[in-house]
Design a protein around this ligand. Sequence first.
Ligand SMILES: NC(=O)c1ccc[n+]([C@@H]2O[C@H](COP(=O)([O-])OP(=O)(O)OC[C@H]3O[C@@H](n4cnc5c(N)ncnc54)[C@H](O)[C@@H]3O)[C@@H](O)[C@H]2O)c1
Length: 392
Amino acid sequence: MKIAVARETREGETRVALVPELVGRLTALGATVVVEPGAGRHALVPDEEYVAAGALVEKAAAERADVLLSVAPPSPEDVGRLKNGAATISFLPVDTERPLVAMLRDRGVTSFAMELVPRTSRAQAMDALSSQSVVVGYRGAVVAAGLLRSFMPMTMTAAGTVPAAEVLVLGAGVAGLQAIATARRLGAVVRGYDVRPSSADEIRSVGGEPLDLGLEPLDGPGGYAREMTRERATRQRELLAPHVARADALITTAAVPGRRAPVLVSRAMVERMRPGSVVVDLAADAGGNVQGVRAGSVVRMGGAQVWGGRNVAAQVPGPASRLYAANVVSLLTLVTYPADEEGPAVFAPDFDDEIVDGCCVTYGGAIHHAPTRVAIEGPDLAPHPTPDPVRR
Ligand SMILES: NC(=O)c1ccc[n+]([C@@H]2O[C@H](COP(=O)([O-])OP(=O)(O)OC[C@H]3O[C@@H](n4cnc5c(N)ncnc54)[C@H](O)[C@@H]3O)[C@@H](O)[C@H]2O)c1
């Protein structure tokens, strides 16, 4: 079984899907690991480290590969190199990558999307959305500290005392909690707000102070947030406005699964912040929590600078790659029969497993992920065949 590691080709993608420390986990299964030259360059991992860990470094690694690993969706060139029946594991946003999904289907490639891994306790080791959110939250707090023209911690000197910065974090999921924890470690006074009822305890557990706006919680299925009604959104903005105005730094991370990010903060609210204030919108890639934000740019609103995050996890490629690679290796281990006395290692996804079933996008020349199949091919006319478990 040959596992290939792609060199990322999308603009701004600095991460790599496998790090040298984890090569041994795959060779122990009986697989050969082949890395494209320069795959780890932007994450500061030289080719020699892969070789020292037991991998081969070869051009066009995807050729004759059984599984191709990447962070961003695989390039059409790499998909063109894959043999029928090969597999890809990557982030694969099915709503925006329909032509690529159709290509994977037409070439008989089995594809897995890391963002579709079900968020169950059993799948935690494969939860790349969470692992990358940890990186995003950390980076958001550090960017806020860097842009702020003041100290984060209260600082006492013989010449006087500089008060601590006040940081407000909106959305306290994985990224938000990490932003709160990081801003606290930097010494700021941190408040957090989320619509889920369990969030107050979670905010306290990382050293933040939960903000209670007196609004009803908005918890939806599986512990996730529900979308706000227009009235609720307006009321929430009104109640948040004074808290935003007094913050030195505002960090926003709110998301609703499968939807555009909710607009939590209007331009007028930002314009009421003091000169020199900072806004870091970590949801900018999903449309933004702040009205007028631009992903990948800093926009001035009144006296505040508004930083729109773009592929923020790729701004900290070392840890982001390490965590992502661990997620990918866990998924690969689940879909591989290790080599034993009966034969070599084989790629063998079991579709009776809810994790495998949940994150598989294409398989055997068909689109396995039902919502994507309907979006690309229209409503199912005949029942879609479920693949049999693959056995050696
Ligand atoms: N394996 C698992 O079981 C697992 C893994 C990760 C997260 N989770 C849980 O999933 C939930 C969401 O976490 P996430 O990091 O994926 O979130 P996310 O990235 O989808 O969203 C970020 C946060 O924004 C909040 N939000 C949405 N609309 C909002 C609004 N209008 N105002 C303020 N906040 C708003 C959400 O409640 C969420 O906490 C949490 O309960 C988390 O503990 C479970």
